[in-house]
Design a protein around this ligand. Structure first.
Ligand code: NAD
Length: 502
């Protein structure tokens, strides 16, 4: 067997486990050189052993891979696992979290899930998916996020501790399918919960594979079975069943406005991480060349899929031409022909003109331009369009590298417009300026969860900026950049008249 055949064999076996058609499985990087005489079982066992994962026992989609045929079974398994998980020590938890990190930091696995995510959803790009999955595994906080508070005095000692909620139902998006599962699994398990995932049906296979890899690793570490589960057929009906099930203690929805509203109306504790429409403001004091580079990088990151990515530029007239010139040098393709702009609008927006046509979400700029008959240079990353402030490209979240640029007279007008087009999502905004007063003014007025100054939007996710990573940014419900403590209950434990040693 040569390396490619080995990689295909590994993919095929993983595919069997998650019912992925072998032809849809990506060509994984070979995990280790082998001798020609090796049997397939030996190869797979060694590939999994390299991740400290035991060889799978049977080609089924049930317990062992964490995928169940019904939501009811998945929840039952997570409820039982929650009872068992309570008996695990904090050290056990730390071991399990590290195990999850290790699985996805294994280069071949990282490559495989990143490639499959792009192939299956038809969205985003491989290189940026690698970055996102890596950062989810590396920079999602674990147990260290759960700091105990202590108060001691004449009346004794009181501890305040972050404690498990129980069983969490987590609804995940198609735009960041694997990143969200990795990120939520680490944070939710660190806080002592078990989790039932309801992924977007469009990212079924890669989501099931991600859950399976977590389960196989946790099993190898002696964890209770089914700490992280899902269903074999993700669907809207299964998500509805998850939301309604009384055994689910907390709901976490990462997605558009409809699902966020649904979980917030569920009567349960809910975390809603919803849509954004991040404006990037550029004023006359900014380093324009750097601003242009940062905007193109942020806007084109994973083909604009991140909810934090720049969705419109608002620039002070005095520097607008130079900014556009610099953005073109950094990979922007300026579309000037009014007819082509109208065709672009008809192409990428839905029939009602109220949002994107999903067929173009997360596509790359050159592909979109090709549909218009425009052959753009190979290094094209973003389609730039100068528009009025009321243009649908400005108003609606498109999630593709089509970037409207709006000119305004001065920075105050820019801030005012940015607040308006952010629509009160409280999500993300970006500003390029060296005027501290104006930076402060924008931060105060726009009230977003993330405000990035003089950098690309993804710096707010911990990619090239300080701070932890998350793929669940809860603006509507206020947890902000979620981490383990967002998924915990705060409990007080009081010892009366003792243990105060002062
Ligand atoms: P989406 O709203 O279509 O789907 C999100 C999840 O909700 C999926 O699992 C989907 O199956 C489920 N869902 C949606 N409508 C449902 C319904 N009526 N009944 C039951 N389940 C339903 O979103 P998407 O296209 O997967 O992701 C893109 C959206 O998510 C964008 O608006 C983006 O800004 C937002 N998003 C926000 C964050 C954040 O952290 N705030 C992160 C990623 C994505």
């Amino acid at each position: 067997m040569n390396d490619i055949e080995i990689a295909q064999a590994v993919s095929n076996v993983l595919s069997r486990y998650t019912k992925i058609a072998p032809e849809a499985a990506p060509q994984a990087a070979p995990v280790q050189a082998v001798q020609n005489s090796d049997s397939l079982d030996a190869i797979v066992a060694r590939a999994l052993a390299q991740q400290s994962v035991p060889a799978p026992q049977a080609a089924t989609c049930d317990a062992g891979n964490g995928a169940f045929d019904s939501m009811d079974e998945a929840i039952s398994a997570a409820v039982l696992a929650q009872v068992q998980y309570r008996h695990c020590s904090m050290q056990d938890r730390a071991t399990f979290i590290q195990g999850i990190r290790d699985v996805f930091l294994q280069e071949s696995t990282l490559q495989e899930i990143s490639r499959l995510a792009v192939e299956e959803t038809g969205m985003g790009n491989y290189a940026d998916k690698l970055t996102k999955n890596r950062v989810a595994a590396q920079k999602t906080p674990g147990l260290e996020d759960l700091t105990t508070g202590a108060l001691s005095g004449d009346n004794g000692l009181t501890l305040t501790e972050f404690s498990a909620y129980g069983v969490i139902g987590s609804i995940t998006p198609t735009t960041n399918p694997t990143e969200t599962i990795i990120n939520n699994s680490i944070g939710m398990l660190a806080a002592g919960n078990t989790v039932v995932f309801s992924p977007h049906p469009r990212s079924r296979n890669v989501s099931l594979m991600t859950v399976a890899l977590i389960n196989q690793k946790l099993a190898s570490l002696g964890a209770p079975a089914n700490l992280v589960v899902t269903v074999t057929q993700p669907s809207l009906d299964n998500t509805s069943a998850l939301i309604k099930d009384p055994r689910i203690n907390m709901l976490v929805a990462t997605g558009g406005p409809s699902i966020v509203k649904t979980v917030m109306s569920s009567g349960k504790k809910a975390i809603g991480a919803g849509a954004g429409n991040p404006p990037a403001v550029v004023d006359e004091t900014a380093d324009i060349e750097k601003a242009a580079r940062d905007i193109i990088r942020g806007c084109s990151f994973d083909n604009n899929l991140p909810c934090v990515a720049e969705k419109e530029v608002i620039v002070v007239n005095q520097v607008a031409d130079y900014l556009i010139h610099c953005m073109k040098k950094s990979g922007g393709y300026l579309l000037c022909d009014p007819k082509l702009i109208r065709q672009l609008q008809a192409l990428v927006m839905n029939e009602k003109g109220t949002g994107p046509d999903t067929a173009f979400v997360g596509k790359d700029a050159r592909y979109i331009l090709q549909q218009l008959g425009v052959n753009a240079p190979e290094d094209t990353k973003v389609i730039l369009v100068e528009t009025e402030r009321t243009h649908p490209f400005v108003i609606h979240e498109l999630m593709m590298p089509v970037l409207p640029v709006v000119r305004v007279e001065n920075v105050d007008e820019a801030i005012e417009l940015a607040v308006k087009v952010e629509h009160g999502n409280r999500h993300t905004a970006i500003m390029h300026s060296t005027n501290v007063d104006k930076l402060t003014k924008m931060a105060r007025q726009i009230q977003t969860t993330i405000f990035v100054k003089n950098g690309p939007s993804y710096a707010g996710l911990g990619v090239g900026g300080e701070g932890h990573a998350t793929f669940t940014i809860a603006g509507p419900t206020g947890e902000g950049l979620t981490s383990a403590k967002s998924f915990a209950r705060i409990r007080r434990c009081v010892m009366v008249e003792a243990l105060n040693v002062r």
